[in-house]
Design a protein around this ligand. Structure first.
Ligand SMILES: Nc1ncnc2c1ncn2[C@@H]1O[C@H](COP(=O)(O)OP(=O)(O)O)[C@@H](O)[C@H]1O
Ligand SMILES: [Mg+2]
Length: 295
């Protein structure tokens, strides 16, 4: 008997629905074809095995339909876990990790050696070639010590310059995965908030979109009220929120969004990394899922 496979009975409606999803994505794929999308990866999406894999597949899909995604990541929870194991103090001042020389050494080992390579590995499994980088590589992220006159945080840094040459040389063959570690003028390392790195990088590479994955629904008008999710807002509103004193983890994100929009990036998103495929839903559908901020 001939080799025959019978079609299983997916209803015509189901198939039509799938086609509709693809059709809806088409204008967005066209709009973003060839453009650079910076994605700040963090929170739950970085800790659950299922979310890690689905994130990698989403990034792979963006790449395979012609966009140039760049992943920027931190890895605070891993640094804390390994600090505990080694008996190093874990201390925060205003949300910033106090980073002495030993903690910096560990942070670099964990972010560059473990977290970064895991993401590269996931992307490879998802079918796209990927290269891991940190600030030292090609002088990508130059940094200096944060010194605002308050507590001495040790090796906590701010970005002084981005040199995107190494990214240019990679061309569009590889998906770059960038750990939020900067290099100082004396070759010393700095631990930098990954939102801040995503902002500096997004501006330097003239990203079309920058996406921040987080552990809440998006930007909330009132942090106590989950139903106060802002679907769409603008630069002026973000500036006002910062003046009126935004809170905790949102501060570096809002500053990042403000700097990106002021720096010419057309739009940024803050979206829920706990929701599978939130990156695709935000980029490729009309309604989106989190908060979109435009100039
Ligand atoms: N207006 C706000 N909208 C949403 N989240 C907020 C707001 N203000 C403060 N937050 C806090 O910011 C946190 C996200 O930042 P953070 O803890 O640094 O995580 P990550 O950088 O991994 O996304 C949220 O969990 C929330 O508690
Ligand atoms: Mg944060």
């Amino acid at each position: 008997m001939a080799d025959i496979t019978l079609r299983n009975a997916a209803s015509i409606e189901q198939i039509q629905h799938r086609v509709a999803v693809l059709q809806e994505a088409l204008p967005y794929i066209k709009q973003f074809y060839g453009s650079t999308i910076v994605i700040k990866y963090g929170g739950a999406a970085m800790t659950s095995p299922e979310l890690k894999a689905s994130f990698a597949r989403d990034v792979a899909l963006l790449k395979l339909v012609g966009m140039n995604p760049i992943v920027v990541h931190g890895g605070g929870s891993d640094i804390s876990r390994y600090s505990d194991r080694l008996g190093l103090d874990v201390r925060f001042v205003d949300g910033l990790r106090v980073t002495d020389a030993q903690t910096m050494e560990l942070a670099k080992m964990v972010l560059v050696g473990k977290v970064n390579k895991e993401i590269v590995g996931q992307l490879t499994l998802a079918g796209v070639a990927s290269v891991g980088l940190a600030g030292d590589d090609g002088g990508l992220i130059r940094a200096e010590k944060v010194d605002d006159g308050s507590a001495d945080l040790g090796h906590v840094g701010r970005v002084t310059a981005i040199d995107p040459k190494v990214l240019d040389r990679l061309g569009d063959e590889f998906v770059p995965v960038v750990a939020s570690v900067g290099v100082g003028s004396g070759g010393e390392s700095y631990n930098i908030n990954a939102d801040t790195v995503a902002a500096a990088l997004g501006k330097a590479v003239h990203a079309e979109r920058v996406i921040f994955l987080t552990d809440v629904e998006g930007l909330l008008a009132d942090v106590e009220v989950p139903s106060s999710l802002i679907s769409r807002t603008d630069l002026a509103t973000i500036e006002k929120m910062l003046e009126q004193g935004a809170s905790s983890g949102m501060i570096p994100k809002l500053q990042a969004v403000r700097d990106l929009l002021r720096g010419g990036v057309p739009a940024a998103y803050i979206i829920d990394g706990r929701m599978p495929h939130s990156v695709l839903i935000e980029l490729l559908t009309e309604a989106g899922v989190g908060t979109m901020i435009t100039r």
